[in-house]
Design a protein around this ligand. Sequence first.
Ligand SMILES: Cc1ncc(C[n+]2csc(CCOP(=O)(O)OP(=O)(O)O)c2C)c(N)n1
Length: 356
Amino acid sequence: MLKDFCAYVTDHTSAKDHIIAANEGNAIALAAGYHLATGKNGVVYLQNSGLGNCINPLTSLTDKEIYSLPVLLLIGWRAEPGKKDEPQHLKMGKITLPLLDTLDIPYSIVPDSEEEAKQMMQKAVHHFATAKTPYALIARDGIFEAYSLQKEHKTDFPLNREEALKIVASQLGEKDIIVSTTGKTSRELFEFRETTGKNKEESHKQDFLTVGSMGHSSAIAIGIALQKPRQKVYCFDGDGALIMHMGILSTVGKLEPANFNHIIFNNFAHDSVGGQPTAADAINILELAKANGYKTVFRAETAEEIKNRISKMQSIDGPTLLEIRCNKGARKNLGRPTQSPQENKKQFMNFLQQRD
Ligand SMILES: Cc1ncc(C[n+]2csc(CCOP(=O)(O)OP(=O)(O)O)c2C)c(N)n1
């Protein structure tokens, strides 16, 4: 929802002033640090899916009952009541405004006209001068003009995420358990099964699609792996999702689930929401995994390399991690799961029950 806004900000600010945070809670804390250092007010922009990640710092860092720190929040409102949206957004869409009320954060819904928008900003500025706490602007779908990023950074790997994902999924066996991450990864896996499965009804049973809860699919996979030690569990993750909740890597190191296999489709971007860059270019995912106790780590770029690494992962004990470097970008006609999350859960649990 904030794709155009983010692209505009990227083109018109320095990287130091426009930070793409690992997660939304970090963004609140970065803005808090900015205020402490400068006395000025930072802006934190997020889709409302990330409001949950902000609650801890909003209640125990910026709130008036503690440090009282001003931050301007700009929140993209997915699943505004009355508008059609995907199941993972429905609850947050409904509670976005009540949640802000509960948090004592005043807000304005961004108006259509520039004149009213100026008045809204005056209100926010007045709030900062008097109350010195967060103020939120709620952005409805379509409120920003279209804007295409000029400074776009393109990679030149042999494959994109969907091509790489199809190769991985075709290499895995019928018994393997897959937990896929939020965004287009799960949508592409769903479509892959639709087109290749012999029995459409049954073809998704080995996949748990983490359509919401970004950054947590690896923890779900580990939770399963620990209970099904004889089954191989594969997490299809994104670089943005990995970075968002990187702390889970320490749990892998601590518990060393031998059947847990982590595949990162690293396109260096939040591709599913507009392709904003992640910090994946600044970190070494393989070193990170090794330092956190993964037994074997690999990297692949070509179809051949992917096939080799997957067949190796199938034959050794883990925890393992495979980083697949790929280009961002997806098909325009990529669909969304036609199975409901609860149908997915039911089939998946039946599938797990048949394994020990
Ligand atoms: C907590 C939270 N923040 C933001 C989002 C919006 N969102 C959905 S997918 C996605 C990008 C995921 O990036 P990555 O894991 O790198 O996968 P890619 O889309 O590049 O394949 C984002 C930011 C969300 N669903 N949840």
